[in-house]
Design a protein around this ligand. Structure first.
Ligand SMILES: [Zn+2]
Length: 257
C-alpha cells in the first residue's frame, strides 16, 4: 500500500466515524465513490438512505426555486468529471416529472438542513423497482448535494432522476406558495403518479407533448396566483396569511412534526 492509498483509507475511516449508521448501499460502494458519498452525507451526519421512510413528511420540502435548479443542474461542477453538469438531460427530467414518473417525494430537517428523498420510475421499464434518490439542501432551497442510488457513480449526482425530483419540488413549492391563498390541494395539480401503463384505445391517448403539458401545468399554477390576488369574502384573513413568508411557514410546519 503506498502512502496516498494509506491517506485515502485514513480519510475514509475518519469520515465514516461521524456517520452512526450506513446503508447497505453505502457500505457496498467502491472506495473512491464511497469517500465522495461520505463527504456529501457528512453535511447532515446521517446517511439519508438509512432513514426509514415513515420519518419523512411530504409537506416538509425545501423552497427550491428555478434559480436553485440552474445553479445546481447547470453551473455546478461534477466532482468526477470536473465538467459542468450543463443540465444535459434536463428536458428528459422535466418530461419525467410532468409525466408522473416521480413519487414519494418527502423531506425532513436534519442538522438544520433539508434532507429530501424521492423515487423515480424508469419509463421504458415499468416493472423494474423504482430508483431512489436523495437531496440535501439549505432551508432556503440552495442545493448542497444529491445522490441517485440507481445510476453509476459518475452520473449519480446530476442524472435525470435527481433533476426530475428537483423539478417536482420546484413545482410543489410554486403551487404551495399560492395554495395558502387559493386553498386548493397541491396534489390536485401535480401530475398523478403513473403506477402502471395500460393499453389504451388510440382515441383515449393524450398525445400532447411534454412541452404542452409543462405549459398546462404553468398555466394552472399561474391561475392560482390570479385567484389569490382576488380573494372573495374572507379577504383579510387570507392576505395576512399570505404575508407570512412561505419559508417561515414551511419551517414552522417541519419543526412541528
Ligand atoms: Zn439516476
Amino acid at each position: 500500500m503506498d502512502i496516498s492509498q494509506e491517506n485515502c483509507n485514513e480519510d475514509l475511516d475518519s469520515l465514516s466515524k461521524d456517520i452512526p449508521v450506513l446503508s447497505e448501499y453505502a457500505k457496498g460502494l467502491e472506495t473512491h465513490v464511497k469517500r465522495r458519498y461520505l463527504q456529501k452525507i457528512s453535511l447532515v451526519g446521517v446517511d439519508p438512505a438509512s432513514i426509514p421512510s415513515d420519518q419523512f413528511d411530504p409537506e416538509c420540502l425545501p423552497s427550491i426555486e428555478a434559480t436553485d435548479l440552474v445553479s445546481y443542474l447547470v453551473l455546478e461542477t461534477s466532482y468526477y468529471t470536473k465538467q459542468q453538469f450543463k443540465c444535459y438531460k434536463s428536458l428528459e427530467a422535466y418530461n419525467k416529472m410532468v409525466s408522473g414518473f416521480v413519487t414519494s417525494v418527502q423531506g425532513k430537517i436534519i442538522a438544520g438542513k433539508h434532507v429530501v428523498v424521492g423515487k423515480v420510475r424508469l419509463p421504458q421499464r415499468m416493472n423494474d423497482p423504482l430508483v431512489n434518490i436523495w437531496v440535501i439542501t439549505e432551508s432556503d432551497g440552495t442545493i448542497l448535494a444529491a445522490h441517485c442510488l440507481g445510476c453509476k457513480a459518475g452520473l449519480a449526482e446530476s442524472c435525470s432522476h435527481i433533476a426530475s425530483v428537483l423539478f417536482y419540488i420546484e413545482a410543489w413549492i410554486r403551487i404551495n406558495g399560492k395554495l395558502a391563498c387559493a386553498q386548493v390541494k397541491c396534489s390536485w395539480l401535480l401530475p398523478t403518479y403513473v403506477n402502471e401503463v395500460s393499453y389504451e384505445r388510440v382515441k383515449d391517448i393524450d398525445f400532447s407533448s411534454s412541452k404542452k403539458v409543462k405549459e398546462n401545468l404553468n398555466e394552472k399554477i399561474n391561475s392560482l396566483e390570479d385567484k389569490a390576488a382576488k380573494p372573495a369574502g374572507n379577504h383579510r384573513i387570507q392576505s395576512s396569511y399570505k404575508a407570512a413568508p412561505l419559508q417561515q411557514r414551511k419551517l414552522e410546519h417541519c419543526l412541528q412534526n
